[in-house]
Design a protein. Structure first.
Lengths: 350, 321
């Protein structure tokens, strides 16, 4: 059986923001025709997602995870590669029957709902337009949607400002469900919520997967949330997937040094004390990505080879892919890097 | 716990906002003590009053807000009676603030170095050259590479993580006794957050600066703070040493917060969220504000719960865990 969602060699590049004075100056000084620099926000990403699967997409700001989500939702056009839903290409201007399989839930429910429209209008506009429900039955449909996401059907005639953040996010989810999609792209969908409300929404996502067989591309920077929810996790760095594995494997035995650093740096409540041996430096500018492996300037175990040769994303164990020269060989002992006890001086502070 | 004279004693801090619909009490009878070099975590969800507590402690609450307290004593000085000019001398010198968004706290049209030097020379009679040396040293301490060159940078030339370090350096330059940090790492990526947490912990250890660290994320303060205050609807509902409080919370709200946090795999199981949502401060229930959401609520919760304390722990609950 074909995977439900196929992402093949997907790429998206943007021109650098124009009109910035320093850029113009530099171009003038060099007396060269300004070749607008391009940012490869997503660079050759391939990923298959099975029906009913939750795939977590994790990375720091600027890694391209939101751009990838928007490409999958068909909101922007890819520069290269393609996205297929049930084998059918998702094309701009292509048949809406493919597009409507994918809906999106955004981070900020204060921005994603039109403040001047009643909930019933927000929930019924798209399905009526696409002929999913007749206009006459739209209100009943909307009422059912509200009940699906755990809200009272009597809220239909209210406006967004009458709801709390968690309730608004439920409405945003109901709006996505109104098109009867198969795939939800959730872009930081619980990041703006308080933890007590976040837990309610995470439970709702799991309930919807059971009741509707939904598939999820779940974009988040929050590792605990992804570890809890996802079946598989893809780690992104500077536009590329650097590691992909099932969740248990990825968190128990991460292979890529960047994944290891992310997991070690994420604060956690359970027994393991965060060691605070942070990786150094910051994400390089995507306008000037480093040569070779893009992580090498921050990598604690980089080899001379990493500066010149970009590692390919390769299968190092069944279903476990990593883009690192070291994970391919046996030289690398993953546990050795980050399970470092804090210096005694630090521990004595606590 | 309490050895020697506390750096800061807060007793009965209450901040009200007079609104057309009536007064809203954003901070309600908050009391705590802080020793030099210690880190206090102030944890709560949005609207719990943690940020207003920070602003109240810095006397930065504007009208229609009104701050009252039985006492706020800082290094033996009663701050609740301090004059505006005294406050200007204290803020940025003895007590510094680090806010969530460094784009708000740094002036976008003044170079980094100038801003740091200004913070120093407003409070101390120093030559520009000496102030510059102190500023460069502060940038170096917060882990900014090439600090001499960075002095010339504009805020927009730096990344979010670097800007937040500059804001922290700005808080450090006068070696304050107390830094109040309001969600300073919330907007940052985890690898940058880890670097900053590491530096803050080192700072408290090395220079004896006390920290009040405000956050919504219990996991962030777990390894950072010595003591935690959990706030709900304007009140501190539980207070105690971090490890004990997280291992065995007494207040059902703290328990609910901990249970809401995902850890490990779901394996098909569900989280245990707190039901409902926090009540608006303008319509708080008569008794315990958490009672309508509390799984342990009983008739006795209709009365405001008194503060109970036992073994260095404090909580406001008549049916504690």
């Amino acid at each position: 059986m074909n995977p439900f969602l196929q992402i093949h060699q997907l790429g998206k590049s943007f021109g650098a923001p124009a009109g910035l004075l320093p850029t113009a100056w530099a171009a003038l000084r060099r007396r060269q025709a300004a070749q607008p620099p391009r940012v490869h926000a997503v660079n050759g990403v391939s990923l298959d997602v099975q029906r009913g699967e939750i795939v977590g997409l994790v990375g720091e700001s600027g890694c391209g995870k939101s751009t990838l989500g928007r490409l999958v939702a068909g909101l922007i056009e890819p520069s290269s590669g393609d996205v297929r839903i049930e084998g059918q290409p998702l094309l701009h201007g292509g048949p809406t029957s493919v597009h409507r399989q994918v809906q999106m839930v955004f981070q900020n429910p204060y921005a994603s709902l039109n403040p001047r429209r009643r909930i019933v209008d927000t929930l019924t506009e798209a399905p009526v337009h696409h002929g999913i429900v007749p206009r006459a039955g739209a209100r009943v449909h909307a009422a059912e949607l509200l009940e699906t996401v755990g809200l009272d059907a009597s809220y239909l005639d209210r406006f967004p400002h009458q709801f709390s953040g968690g309730q608004r996010q439920r409405i945003a989810i109901a709006r996505a469900l109104a098109m009867q999609p198969q795939l939800l792209v959730c872009d930081e969908a619980v990041s703006a919520l308080d933890v007590s409300v976040q837990a309610q929404i995470l439970n709702l996502f799991l309930d919807l997967r059971e009741s509707r067989g939904l598939t999820y591309l779940f974009i988040s920077h929050n590792l605990s949330v992804v570890e809890y929810l996802a079946d598989r996790v893809a780690i992104m760095y500077l536009g590329r997937v650097v590691e992909l594995a099932d969740t248990a494997t990825l968190f128990a035995a991460p292979k890529h040094p960047y994944t290891q650093a992310l997991i070690a740096d994420a604060p956690r409540l359970d027994a393991r004390a965060t060691s605070y041996q942070p990786i150094q430096g910051e994400l390089p500018s995507p306008l000037k990505p480093p040569t070779g492996c893009s992580f090498h300037p921050r990598c604690p175990v980089a080899l001379p080879r990493c500066k010149t040769e970009a590692p390919a994303l390769a299968e190092i164990a069944p279903g476990h892919l990593s883009a690192c020269h070291l994970s391919a060989s046996d030289v690398h002992q993953p546990a050795a890097i980050h399970v470092v006890a804090p210096p005694a001086s630090l521990r004595s502070v606590a | 716990m309490s050895s020697g004279l506390p750096l800061l004693t807060v007793d009965g801090l209450t901040t009200r906002f007079r609104m057309p619909q009536g007064a809203v009490t954003a901070v309600n009878d908050v009391s705590f003590e802080l020793q030099p070099g210690r880190i206090l975590g102030l944890v709560g969800e949005s609207g719990s009053g943690k940020s207003v507590t920070a602003l109240s402690l810095l006397n930065l609450v504007d009208k229609p807000g009104q701050v009252d307290a039985r006492a706020i004593v800082f290094k033996g000085e009663p701050l609740h009676r301090a004059s505006p000019s005294r406050w200007n001398a204290l803020r940025g010198d003895r007590i510094a603030l680090v806010s969530q968004d460094p784009m708000m706290s740094l002036n976008p049209v003044i170079r980094i170095g100038e801003q740091l030097v200004e913070t120093i020379r407003i409070h101390r009679r120093l030559s520009a050259a000496d102030a510059r040396r102190i500023a460069i040293d502060a940038l170096e301490r917060v882990g900014i590479p090439a600090p001499v060159e960075r002095m010339q940078a504009w805020p927009h030339e730096l990344s979010g993580g670097m800007r937040q370090r500059v804001a922290i350096a700005n808080a450090l330059v006068n070696q304050p006794d107390l830094i109040i940090a309001d969600e300073p790492t919330t907007a940052l990526d985890v690898t940058i957050q880890a670097q900053i947490l590491y530096e803050m912990k080192r700072l408290a250890r090395d220079s004896g600066t006390a920290l009040i660290w405000i956050t919504h994320d219990l996991a962030v303060v777990k390894d950072l703070a010595d003591e935690l205050c959990v706030m709900y609807a304007g009140r501190i509902v539980e207070r105690g040493p971090v490890a004990e409080l997280i291992r065995a919370p007494r207040h059902p709200y703290t328990r609910g917060l901990l249970d809401s946090l995902p850890h490990g795999r779901s394996a098909g199981g569900r989280l245990t969220p707190i039901r409902g949502a926090a009540p608006p401060l303008s319509r708080l229930p008569a008794g315990c504000a958490f009672a309508p959401r509390c799984p342990r609520a009983a008739a006795a919760c209709g009365e405001p719960p008194p503060l109970s304390s036992a073994g260095g722990r404090e909580f406001r609950c008549v049916r504690p865990l």
